[in-house]
Design a protein around this ligand. Structure first.
Ligand SMILES: C[S@@+](CC[C@H](N)C(=O)[O-])C[C@H]1O[C@@H](n2cnc3c(N)ncnc32)[C@H](O)[C@@H]1O
Length: 421
């Protein structure tokens, strides 16, 4: 029996941890990929991510050839082979043989190898991959999104998730110059978008911190906060620090706080690379009592459903069961942010979520809880933001916006003013 190719074996292991173990790739990838060399690590991650991105369409291709659902591990091996054949263009016999080898290596897998071979050969002979529907979100997420946005918008979001995400950079100065040097384009909001998937740390400007990787949508909250030089700004959930860097680069006196010591080290590394300074504090925001600050940025922990373009594992790893706990935490974090800002100060609340419970609803509830708190909708009209994206509670960014230019992460951003001052 041929040995399985290590990158494919690691990819299948990762896929199983997501689909059966309900773990996010970000939680398990480092450990699973550690024994591999750099090239195999990158390939395994690409195969796992791509397979999960296209798994729903692979299941449609498999449907006519299966009388009953295969074992979960066998099912994932079939999805991997189908992804390789139809998306990566791997020669069919190679992808099928690799899947059969992987299945043979499973406990009691000998008996499943024939089925895997027969089914995959049938799928390989079938035309029409491109005409199958765009991969759909699972019901637990699709249903609430349809209730909030309608079927056609959700279909557009699903197309954006299938398309994946380009690499966006926030540059400290001279966006046009860096776009020209790196072969990218300047987006309407000022981020630089690169084509392809270059190795980030090898690009010109990385080592000296002339720019950092940050999705174009994720760069907007700090622009909405618009810190002035010398203002005291608290970045309340700061790690890994993309927004801290923006605030510090604008000349604010930044305090960056996060509950995670490990993640906070990333903030310090990022600040050091960019030659920027901020006070860094590892603490629970709910217990922190510094300040008061001129402004607070609260990028709250959330479902991260706005980032599925880059994390197609999320719909398979999550079920939505743990989200109500996040909604409650967001509410308490908003109250903490309002306590830490000076009277008449600014609070920008944001989440990389598509769920209105983590956006519009949070703001409606906060306004009801805090008499005198007001919205500063004008602050949301930063350069490049389409006014049509601004709703009564805040700025709703969707993955299907800028679809011709590569989309953006889903985000909700609200600008609040405390009374007094
Ligand atoms: C969405 S991420 C922040 C991303 C970050 N603002 C950036 O731009 O790179 C949410 C962060 O909230 C932190 N967090 C969660 N609960 C917290 C709490 N109670 N106090 C402080 N930080 C918390 C997490 O550790 C995580 O780093």
């Amino acid at each position: 029996m041929a040995d399985p190719d290590p990158a494919r074996a690691a990819a299948l292991h990762l896929i199983g941890l997501v689909t059966q173990g309900r773990r996010l790739l970000s939680e398990v990838a480092d450990r699973v990929l550690a024994p591999l060399g750099a090239a195999d690590r990158a390939r395994a991650l690409r195969l796992a991510t791509g397979t999960l991105r296209w798994a729903d369409r692979a299941d449609r291709a498999l449907g006519p050839h299966l009388r009953m659902k295969p074992w979960p591990g066998v099912h994932d091996a079939m999805r991997l082979a189908i992804y390789e054949m139809f998306v990566e263009g791997t020669p069919h016999y190679g992808a099928v043989d690799a899947a059969v080898t992987l299945v043979r290596g499973m406990e009691r897998g000998q008996g499943q190898a024939g089925l895997t071979n027969a089914v995959l050969r049938n799928v390989a002979r079938q035309d029409g991959w491109e005409t199958l529907p765009v991969p759909r979100l699972p019901k637990w997420l699709r249903k609430p999104l349809i209730a909030d946005f309608g079927k056609s918008v959700v279909a557009d979001m699903e197309s954006a998730f299938a398309a994946g995400a380009p690499l966006d950079l926030t540059v400290r100065r001279d966006a046009a110059g860096w776009a020209a040097r790196l072969g990218g384009t300047v987006l309407p909001t000022g981020s630089v978008r690169l084509a392809g998937r270059p190795q980030v740390s090898a690009l010109e400007g990385y080592a000296e911190g002339a720019w950092w990787v940050q999705d174009a949508a994720a760069a907007i909250p700090a622009r909405v906060l618009a810190p002035r030089p010398g203002e005291t700004v608290l970045d309340l959930c700061a790690a890994p620090g993309g927004k801290t860097l923006q605030l510090a680069a604008a000349g604010a006196a930044v305090t960056a706080l996060d509950v995670s010591d490990r993640r906070m080290r990333r903030v310090s590394e990022n600040l050091a690379r960019c030659g920027l300074t901020a006070e860094t504090i590892v603490a629970d925001a709910l217990e922190y009592d510094g300040g008061p600050f001129d402004a607070v940025l609260l990028d709250a922990p959330c479902s991260a459903t706005g980032t599925i373009r880059r994390h197609p594992d999320l719909p398979y790893a999550k079920t939505g069961e743990d989200f109500p706990g996040l909604f409650a935490l967001q509410e308490r974090l908003i109250d903490a942010a309002l306590r830490l800002v000076r009277p008449g100060g600014r609070v920008v609340f944001c989440t990389c979520s598509l769920l209105i419970d983590e956006g519009e609803e949070q703001i409606r509830d906060a306004l009801a809880r805090h008499p005198g708190l007001s919205l500063a909708l004008d602050d949301l009209a930063v350069e490049g933001v389409d006014p049509a994206w601004i709703g009564p509670e805040g700025l709703r960014l969707r993955p299907d916006y800028w679809s011709d230019a590569g989309g953006m992460d889903g985000f909700f951003i609200a600008a609040l003013r405390t009374p007094g001052g």
